[in-house]
Design a protein around this ligand. Structure first.
Ligand SMILES: Cc1cc2nc3c(=O)[nH]c(=O)nc-3n(C[C@H](O)[C@H](O)[C@H](O)COP(=O)(O)OP(=O)(O)OC[C@H]3O[C@@H](n4cnc5c(N)ncnc54)[C@H](O)[C@@H]3O)c2cc1C
Length: 337
């Protein structure tokens, strides 16, 4: 089977799930990596190191910043010329748009956010979680090529081997004058919970430390926000020591403790880290559906009856303002940080 693997990157930084897509492609047959942008030598080199059989680069100043129209037309033209059986993408906001546009050009369909893919006869059967992960759906795409975006951390990432190398094949780029990007700036959505191996999350409990005295003159709401800042500072420090990201419950987000981009759950992000530490989170079903597939769940909560303990492998009944700093210190010592 011949598979195209689209490498999604932002200003040269590759979305790690791109390499997971490459590993999946190699398990099915040959993998041709496709990279769009400008100044792509380092990514092309990395693709060969991750065992790409061939690498197509559309390296052109008109493709420096992602835009759906020229990226989709370049991908569609390349796929029409090379006739892959399958095109894989990591699931990101950009690739959802790109895959959909290209699927229209190629008269095929897109299987989104898949967590499994197997060959069955001459068909590819994808697995994807639906209804907040309660049901796993088996689905096929009857068009050709099959197009699919893969869920981050659902497939193993191949090891890079610096001794592997190759020569990329240049792809012709047709200039597109319809739109151009004036520039990008960082936004709160830069929080990448989907790729994080460790997530430390805070809930409403992060503001519950009555012994912390806020500065004079604050009203009750200001004092609550100030206390929450102290709580999230502890959560953030633990996340940093573990090399992880900071998550939050909706209650913490709605109360204004932390931006929405950190929210985990039904109306936030669905995450699958190796380690999820829930601090001061009760474990409402809408939160659990976002994190219950984490490999290891640790809960810290004052209330021994909190539902989160039913999901957790390890539970600490206690005040997060004591437990979290103690854990941070212990990890600092253990990890030498
Ligand atoms: C349609 C819908 C969608 C929703 N989507 C989401 C979603 O995406 N994500 C989400 O998280 N929620 C979501 N919710 C909200 C959800 O139902 C809960 O209200 C929310 O998850 C509760 O957040 P929490 O656990 O932080 O707060 P609480 O339920 O108030 O729990 C706070 C916990 O902190 C503990 N605590 C307090 N002080 C301390 C302390 N000092 N040390 C240790 N523990 C302490 C308490 O014992 C308690 O268990 C949604 C709700 C609806 C209706």
């Amino acid at each position: 089977m011949k598979t195209f693997v689209y490498i999604d990157h932002f200003k040269g930084e590759v979305q790690p799930a791109s390499w997971e897509a490459l590993g999946l492609a190699k398990s099915l047959g040959t993998a041709s990596v496709v990279i769009f942008g400008s100044g792509l030598d380092a990514i092309a080199k990395s693709a060969f190191e991750h065992e790409a059989d061939e690498v197509f680069v559309a390296d052109d100043s008109t493709l420096t910043d992602y835009r759906a129209e020229p990226y989709a037309s370049t991908l569609s033209a390349l796929a029409s010329a090379q006739s892959p059986d399958l095109i894989l993408f990591p699931t990101t906001a950009r690739t959802r748009e790109l895959a959909a546009m290209s699927a229209v050009d190629l008269n095929t369909g897109v299987l989104t956010d898949i967590s499994g893919l197997e060959a069955s006869g001459d068909q590819l059967v994808a697995t994807r979680p639906i209804y907040e992960g309660k049901v796993l759906e088996k689905t096929v795409c009857s068009g050709k090529p099959v197009m699919a975006t893969i869920r981050a951390r659902a497939f193993p990432k191949p090891e890079a081997d610096a001794s592997r190398s190759g020569t990329p094949t240049k792809v012709e780029v047709k200039p597109d004058a319809l739109t151009h990007v004036e520039g990008y700036s960082a936004s709160e959505s830069a929080v990448n919970l989907g790729d994080a191996g460790v997530i430390v999350s805070g809930g409403r409990g992060v503001s519950n430390n009555p012994s912390l005295q806020p500065p004079a003159g604050m009203d009750d709401k200001q004092a609550e926000l100030w206390r929450a800042q102290q709580g999230f500072a502890l959560v953030t420090e633990l996340a940093q020591v573990l090399g992880g990201a900071v998550g939050a419950s909706r209650a913490a987000v709605d109360a204004g403790y932390i931006p929405y981009s950190h929210q985990v759950g039904q109306t936030g992000k669905v995450v699958t880290p190796d380690l999820y530490i829930a601090c001061g989170i009760s474990g409402a079903i809408q939160h659990l559906v976002g994190m219950r597939n984490a490999k290891l769940i640790v809960a810290i909560n004052k209330d021994s009856d909190a539902p989160i303990f039913k999901q957790a492998r390890y539970g600490v009944v206690g005040d997060l303002f004591q437990i979290v700093p103690a854990l941070t210190e212990a990890f600092k010592k253990k990890l030498g940080r």
